[in-house]
Design a protein around this ligand. Structure first.
Ligand code: ASP
Ligand code: MG
Length: 413
């Protein structure tokens, strides 16, 4: 007998039939002898509607405190509906909003971080054989204000609750069968992975593979919570996210992913002298804009070019700042390009295997795809290319490194 935390996303609780389906699954888990805490998202589309309402009432920047008060109602609806449905089927269940579940966060509305979870209330109910149904995405700060954790935040709630309760597993139920080697809509031969490491999952989340909120992957890694990402529409095993030691088959490349949400900015003809990069990037980070890739060209005649990427949502603001700084430091010009895509390969096997990056470059070169920027980490290589090649690049890289469902484990280097 163990304790299982299950999380169901918006599609899985999209209507009453689906909520009944979730209730049956929860009850099966109880019947198998487990204590069950369930974390749910708002019904599909609900949070988007609440966001639109908030802007209707509060303009471009609605009051953050009230924005969170409104957005948190989506999840409140689902916890009540699910608790009623489970009880109706004969299994006692009780709903918990963020505060009732003891989920205390910092005061950063819209992107609050969980600071700690007082599990006393949850424990008491679970120990009495009652299913705890917890609202995802929300908590409360020191002042008792309702906070939300950022879009997709229910994943983080689930992992944090699992860590706090020292659950035996955290099951993330979603509308896909698990973590794939690439987006199956783009690459028909993409296959579901049985296991993947926390590090790989973290890279994939940050690169735009939208299966898990990135913060939840970080949480799971820090607290070694075994995660099982699986479909709520069938009983098949999904993908286990576990520690590196538990991943038997260390793939050279376990995922090919892409992110269209970045834009490129180049500051041309910058004097190549100390302090210039700081002059450009300080005001940008000061405005809360996150810079991802950065490349500085070799200098010629004492000047150089600085190229970097930012999220498309911050592009206009970043260009404006770059333009202002460029004038101040006497740079030649500022150019921008929104028609780009970042394509990445991720795999634990890269750690002790040479030549992965160069093979990636060759594969792209063979397709006539020009690489604009490159960044790497121990287990990742990312390239920036023209957006029109996104699909071609992802497909050919998947073919080259993973192939037709027969991914090869990494060989010793
Ligand atoms: N309902 C919230 C959202 O749509 C949180 C979540 O679904 O995880 O972002
Ligand atoms: Mg989600």
């Amino acid at each position: 007998m163990g304790l299982i935390v299950q999380k169901y996303g918006g599609t899985s609780v999209g209507d009453l039939d689906r909520i009944r389906n979730v209730a049956r699954r929860v009850i099966e888990t109880v019947k198998a002898g487990h204590q069950v805490a369930v974390v749910v998202s708002a019904m599909a589309g609900e949070t988007d509607e609440l966001v639109a309402l908030a802007h209707g009432a509060g303009g471009d920047t609605p009051l953050a405190r009230e924005y969170d008060a409104l957005l948190s109602t989506g999840e409140q609806k689902t916890i009540a509906l699910l608790a009623m449905t489970i009880s109706q089927l004969g299994q006692p269940a009780q709903s918990f909003n963020g505060r009732q579940a003891g989920i205390r966060t910092d005061a950063a509305h819209l992107r609050a971080r969980i600071e700690n979870i007082d599990t006393a209330n949850l424990r008491e109910v679970l120990d009495a054989g009652v299913v705890a149904v917890i609202a995802g995405f929300q908590g409360f700060d020191d002042g008792g204000n309702i906070t939300t954790l950022g879009r997709g935040g229910s994943d983080t709630t689930a992992v944090a609750v699992a860590a706090a309760l020292r659950a035996d597993a955290c099951e993330i139920y979603t509308d896909v069968a698990g973590i794939y080697t690439a987006d199956p809509n783009l690459v028909p031969s993409a296959r579901k992975l049985d296991r993947i490491s926390y590090d790989e999952m973290l890279e994939l989340s940050s690169l735009g593979a939208k299966v898990l909120q990135i913060r939840s992957a970080g949480f799971a890694m820090r607290y070694s919570v075994p995660l099982h990402v699986r479909s709520s529409f069938d009983d098949a095993e999904g993908t286990w996210v576990v520690s590196e030691e538990e991943v038997m088959e260390q793939l050279l490349v376990s995922g090919v992913t892409y992110n269209r949400k970045e834009a490129k900015i180049r500051v041309r003809g910058v004097k190549d002298q100390p302090g210039i990069a700081a002059k450009i990037f300080s005001p940008i980070s000061g405005a809360g804009i996150v810079v991802d890739m950065i490349v500085q060209n070799l200098s010629q005649d004492g000047t150089t070019d600085l190229t970097f990427t930012v999220e498309k949502a911050c592009y206009a603001q970043a260009i404006e700042i770059a333009q202002r700084v460029a004038n101040e430091i006497g740079a030649a010009a500022v150019e921008g390009d929104e028609n780009i895509v970042k394509v990445s390969i991720v795999g634990l096997g890269m750690k002790d295997h040479a030549g992965v990056a160069s093979k990636m470059f060759q594969v792209l070169a063979d397709e006539g795809i020009n690489i604009q920027l490159i960044t790497t980490s121990e287990i990742k290589v990312s390239v920036l290319i023209d957006e029109k090649y996104a699909e071609l690049a992802v497909r050919t890289l998947h073919d080259a490194f993973i192939g037709d469902g027969a991914a090869e484990p990494a060989q010793e280097s």
